[in-house]
Ligand binder design. Sequence first.
Ligand code: ATP
Length: 507
Amino acid sequence: MNKEIISSFQKMIDVNTPIIYINDYDFVRVDELIKQVIGKQKVEEWNPATGITDFNNKTTKGNQPLADFLVSKYSIEPIAKLPNSFVVLKEPQDFIDDPTVKTLLALMSQRKLYDPMYECTVIIVSSVLKVPVEIEKYVSFLEINLPDDTEIKRLMDEHIEVNDYDKNKFTDNDREKLMPSLKGMTAFEIDRMLDMAMSSNGSLSADDKEMILRQKKLMVKKSGVLELIDVKERIEDIGGVDILKKYLKRKSAIYAQLHEATKFGVSTPKGVFLVGMPGCGKSLCAKATAAQFGAPLLKMDMGSMMGKYVGESEANLRKALRIAEAAAPCILWVDEIEKAFSGVGGNNDIMTRMFGYFLSWMQEKSSAVYVFATANNADKLPPELKRKGRFDEIFCVNLPNDKERKAIFEVHLRKKNRDTNLVKPDLINATKGFNGADIESVVNEAIEQCFVDNKQDLTTEKLRDVARTTKSISKSCRKQIEDMEKIFKENDFTNASEESKPSQSRY
Ligand code: ATP
């Protein structure tokens, strides 16, 4: 177990923390940690399935409802100063809302804080995070970091040993190739993956990487905090934004050989931030990036993470980021990030804490999770998000210029198997102020009209006529667009398009 975790745990005990909460389902590893820190001291475990046991020798001591068990711990008479005693509550989440249980935990905590003769520390070990508000102030959370390279290597070697596999057949090359696919998982999950790999072909080798990555995708699907997005779009399906496309192609080349690149001294790309007008292709770019990187696209929806228990929202965010790390290499798409963190800095403590956690994760992350954040509104962005060290680059996407509108028309005509030569200068002029979504709708509408009018051939005139009757974004939201262009300039965001002057009239 990592030394840092052991020392944080020890510190929590030293400073007299009444309740230590370990939100983890890898009970074997957590038990090892508890044993390592508390050693041979008196520890009793309560578990809804197995009852009360002596934690150290696992002998059973009967069965009691949680409230009765806690009563017996609360009412210990302080005849003399007792040695430290610990109570481990495993999976108590279904019982913790009981008013007697909540009250007893609060009373035990107060006694621990104010009665020098009372030394009972409660350690809650639970696969879900559920802390009633009544006891929140007595709780410290202990986070168990995921295994690092050394531990993953140890787990792999242990598997080879335990399964009597010829050590010489599992080379350093196999170890090095498997390592990235096993990152981001708990020791329990790694063990399961290695078991599966060994049972499928009786051995362990670099070839098992594909199977492990497939399993990781299933983990994402089951997680409930991230959505696995199906991607059909390619980078060639994006019209315009040539600077951004070139940039993404370069980053994808680094990801394709991340190991060599980092050995060479290249920093692992952290991610990109795209701010832009609605309907200008931000989502399209996120999807095409995943295709370009050849990596799964995971969408993080902040709204669905907000929980009703203390710490639940933060735990969901931690879980989402951990799962993204487990699925690495992957693209983590944080859509409308400005909405997710709009309450930051104000009265919304939960949002502020989540934002802080997200930022430090971005800052410290070394895993192959490429963050693709998108925002419609650059005005409401907390300034910390824009600071260097978080995202590698912030791009702004303006309304498409003449050349880009031509390219977008061509993309959508090609998709509908129509001649791209239909895009003539007068059509480009008629669509000034249109975004990508407007152009796509012109193509769709024109084709639909042609079909209804006796399946006529699509013509430039038809496209132009439809464009003239289309209410483009710049007609409906002119003021917002002008404001946004101003903000782009003030912030000095990198223009995603090749045109050097973002303010050049596009409408
Ligand atoms: P919002 O902020 O409203 O979510 P967005 O910027 O994410 O919008 P998308 O959803 O990516 O925009 O685009 C909307 C539609 O417009 C998509 O169906 C996409 O095909 C089309 N589109 C937008 N921009 C482009 C582009 N540059 N090239 C080709 N198609 C585009």
